[in-house]
Design a protein. Structure first.
Lengths: 115, 257
């Protein structure tokens, strides 16, 4: 076991680390592509849940105060607003966790040959 | 036709009973029964516990393959908790890890033919979501006292607008357990029904003679594709449930936006 072998090992280790980093990048990319349906379902359920909670709470309060259907209508509207808020928050969160796009892709490509 | 009934797989039946509690008249009170749902929950917990205990028994410095899986799942959840709830959130690591492994294994057990999928019953998902929100509220109030209410009052908003914003924020908070449980339940239920419906087409079509059997190739292909998709959904929903748990725990630790 001499020095050269250690250097060999270091080179090998460096190569393995590089490979692993590439693998992780690919995995992250794939995960992002796969979860399209999952993301859609998340946004939908965030919105629907808030509306349902609003209506249920409104009906319950109406039953307590005997004001049916006024509180139900008010809380339905509030639930709608809360649903939109949920969706905006969830979408912002998804945007924040998404990888930065390649700056080259953001520049429009001039496809026509007329110049 | 019980064979192709897509709902039949969700039946809960009693395996044995511990006897009933309360209730004076016939049909009153409730029965403490060990159902097929309970069996699969126990099975999942047993699998997780025995796998983790047995695979880490060697405590090798260079892990064996089985030990590696345990260590990777630890790293995976630990990173998730640290990224979304900070190092202080690591207090909840055992809870989050249990939640993730339970949902994942229960969903995956449901992918075996003839097995029961616990998460296709809303009450299970609702109980899990309420547990998460309960912990968020209790810990948030314990740690921050009234400061926890800052969660509902976004900073930098003039007083008159607060009268509209605060109810909306409260409703938004209240909708969390519902959306959390609805998502898990809906994905698992819908997936299993669709899978069964397409598999049922294969059975009914192939009883129609030669052309039926040829035609059955299409739903068979669909069933195979959906099986793959269901594996993805099973893992993904466990992941989504856990990551949202971490996000909500972060709200309990650091209220106020």
């Amino acid at each position: 076991m001499g020095r050269p072998e250690t250097g060999d090992l270091a080179a090998k280790l460096g190569r393995i680390r590089k490979d692993r980093e590439a693998g992780q990048a690919i995995q992250a990319l794939r995960q992002n592509e796969m979860t399209g349906a999952g993301r859609a379902f998340r946004l939908a359920s965030e919105f629907v849940a808030a509306v349902i909670v609003g209506v249920a709470l409104g009906l319950a309060l109406d039953a307590v105060f005997g004001t049916r259907p006024i509180l139900m209508i008010v809380l339905l509207l509030l639930g709608f607003a809360a649903g939109v808020l949920n969706v905006v928050r969830a979408a912002a969160e998804m945007n924040a966790s998404a990888p930065q796009p390649n700056p080259d892709d953001l520049v429009p490509v001039d496809d026509d040959d007329d110049d | 036709m019980a064979g192709t009934d897509p709902i039949h797989q969700f039946n809960i039946y009693e395996l044995f009973s511990f006897g009933s509690v309360g209730g004076t008249e016939e049909g009153g009170g409730f029965e403490l029964a060990f159902t097929n749902s309970a069996l699969f929950m126990v099975l999942a917990v047993g699998l997780i516990a025995s796998y983790l205990i047995l695979s880490t028994r060697g405590r090798g410095l260079v892990p064996s393959r089985l030990q590696l899986v345990s260590e990777m799942s630890y790293e995976f959840i630990a990173n998730m908790v640290r990224n979304s709830a900070g190092t202080e959130g690591m207090k909840f690591f055992p809870f989050v890890f249990s939640l993730f492994s339970f949902i994942l294994i229960v969903n995956m057990l449901g992918m075996f033919p003839y097995f029961f999928t616990v998460t296709t019953h809303f009450i299970i998902c609702a109980a899990l979501a309420l547990l998460v929100i309960g912990i968020v509220i209790v810990y948030g109030v314990m740690r921050n006292g009234f400061g926890f209410l800052k969660l509902f009052v976004p900073s930098g908003i003039p007083l008159p607008v607060l009268f509209i914003v605060v109810p909306i924020e409260v409703l938004s908070f209240l909708s969390r357990p519902l959306s959390l449980s609805l998502r898990l339940f809906g994905n698992m239920l819908a997936g299993h029904i669709v899978l069964k419906v397409f598999a049922g087409f294969v059975v009914s079509l192939s009883s129609l003679g030669f052309f039926g059997i040829v035609g059955a190739i299409l739903p068979l292909g669909m069933t195979i594709a959906l099986t793959g998709l269901e594996f993805l959904v099973a893992g993904l929903q466990a992941f989504v449930f856990t990551i949202l748990t971490c996000v909500y725990l972060n709200d309990a630790i650091h209220p106020g936006h």
